[in-house]
Design a protein around this ligand. Structure first.
Ligand code: NAD
Length: 449
């Protein structure tokens, strides 16, 4: 099937590349000529594991192409996906639908034949209805229908998530849309990926409910971590102890500096706006947003506390800047308020991140950046682990102790444990690990009999 993808960012590019890998003929369209030029030369505009190989393989086979020309891109397409950004609108937190509606207007003017327009962007309930009206107003061909197909992929594991999804949600109001989307995802039926057909408004809301629930889980374990610190318990063990309960599950129970990224912060705010407009209270999500904002804003003070109350005049080394591992995405990353707070309190900051430095430079111009974790730690008073990159796990703690001026390690991701850090001559502060470190988990699990 011929498919057009409007918006070639994290979601559009990954979705387009994966759909072409299933055998569909996909054209990815973007307004950003620099992005499209780079892609035509085989240069990826984002850092996502496995993406470059997937894109180049499908370009070579002639199934994947890139253009800035919308008319050319959508010609002959049976399905036209919209995967443009829906950032939080300044001031009220409502999802900013400017990019979506602009794309729909432009699309209506260039469409020559009816197609199924599929919203992959995360959009508030009722947006599909507004897109339908807009397409009609702007003269899209009769017979064009609108479906919602929210995307649940995670940056850093995006290709795997797209190809082996937990579920596919399709919100449609007509048989043609359901038929086209069933055909698009048919290759995944072989993996028995559940496909859930719902009404369009239900699909739109499902995406927000999923992200809000995950944000609740993260904030819940962060608050339990605070309690662990006060009562001398270990949150790692608590998380395992509750996560092994099938009703709870182990995922999203990792305490840390608060959630960030391009989705949870804006989607929780947008859900609250929808609820507000509908006159329905969402007290849990409302509280979670506040809990998370407070948490992100308090991390600089946590570092100051570990250094005896002040970071004034101190050199702080940061390991990791991206909002999570395996991505270069800095949108709403917890490192942003942390660096801001440290600089405001008189510290100097030198940071290392395997891939996010280029994006970080634009956001935190007063920080310094190192090309290596040990260079970042040179003469530092404290080392702060901000992102849980796997490659940080096996770093030489003894070498940090040698190159640093001070000895404090503030581990905001619990990547290390106190015993190893102390053995290396460092003073360790984790998240929710009580007053006494227990090193490896005391919960002895017997596997395989
Ligand atoms: P992004 O900013 O990386 O990409 C959006 C792209 O759309 C940009 O390249 C931009 O130039 C392009 N664009 C904007 N208007 C256009 C137009 N009229 N015509 C052509 N191109 C246009 O955004 P993203 O992270 O891919 O997110 C896209 C949507 O997917 C958002 O609604 C987001 O909430 C949702 N989503 C994102 C993720 C994620 O992990 N990033 C996961 C699930 C859902």
């Amino acid at each position: 099937m011929r498919i057009a993808m409007i918006g070639t960012g994290y979601v559009g590019l990954v979705s387009g590349a994966c759909l072409s890998d299933f055998g569909h003929e996909v054209v990815c369209i973007d307004k950003d000529a620099g992005k499209i030029d780079a892609l035509k030369k085989g240069v990826m505009p984002i850092w996502e594991p496995g993406l470059e190989a997937l894109v180049s393989a499908n370009v070579e086979r002639g199934r994947l192409s890139f253009t800035t020309d919308l008319g050319e891109g959508v010609e002959g397409a049976e399905a036209i996906f919209i995967a443009v950004g829906t950032p939080a609108r300044r001031g009220d937190g409502h999802a900013d639908l400017t990019y979506v509606f602009d794309a729909v207007r432009e699309l209506a003017r260039v469409m020559k034949a009816p197609a199924v327009v599929v919203t992959k962007s995360t959009v508030p309930v009722g947006t599909g209805d507004r897109i339908t009206e807009l397409l009609q107003q702007e003269g899209a061909p009769a017979g064009t229908s609108v479906a919602s197909n929210p995307e649940f992929l995670r940056e850093g594991a995006a290709i795997r998530d797209f190809k082996i999804p937990d579920r596919i949600v399709v919100g449609a109001e007509d048989d043609k849309a359901r038929e086209v989307l069933r055909e698009i995802y048919r290759p995944l039926f072989l993996n028995q990926a559940p496909i859930l057909f719902t009404g369009r408004r239900t699909a739109e809301l499902t995406k927000y409910a999923a992200n809000a629930f995950l944000a609740v889980k993260i904030s819940f374990i962060n608050e339990i971590a605070n309690l662990c610190e006060a009562v001398d318990a270990d949150v790692q063990d608590v998380a395992r102890g509750i996560g092994l309960d099938n009703r709870i599950g182990p995922k999203f129970l990792h305490p840390g500096p608060g959630y960030g990224g391009s989705c949870f912060p804006k989607d929780t705010l947008a859900l609250l706006q929808t609820a507000n407009e509908a006159g329905v209270e969402q007290r849990i999500v409302d509280t979670v947003v506040k809990v998370n904002d407070d948490r992100k804003g308090s991390m600089a003070n946590r570092v100051a506390k570990a250094l005896g109350g002040s970071v004034d005049g101190k050199r702080i080394a940061l390991l990791g800047l991206a909002f999570k591992q395996n991505t270069d995405d800095m949108r709403d990353a917890p490192s942003i308020p942390l660096v801001k707070g440290l600089l405001e309190q008189g510290a100097s900051v030198t940071a290392f991140d395997p891939v996010a430095v280029e994006n970080a430079r634009k956001i935190m111009p007063d920080a310094e950046f190192a090309g290596d974790p040990y260079d970042a730690a040179q003469d530092a008073d404290a080392l702060v682990v901000v992102t849980e990159w796997d490659e940080f796990r096996a770093l030489d703690l003894g070498r940090f102790a040698k190159v640093m001026r001070g000895k404090v390690v503030v581990d905001l991701r619990n990547v290390y444990n106190r015993a190893d850090a102390e053995e290396a001559g460092l003073e360790y502060v984790g998240i929710g690990r009580g007053r006494v470190d227990r090193g490896a988990s005391r919960l002895k699990l017997v596997r395989n009999g």
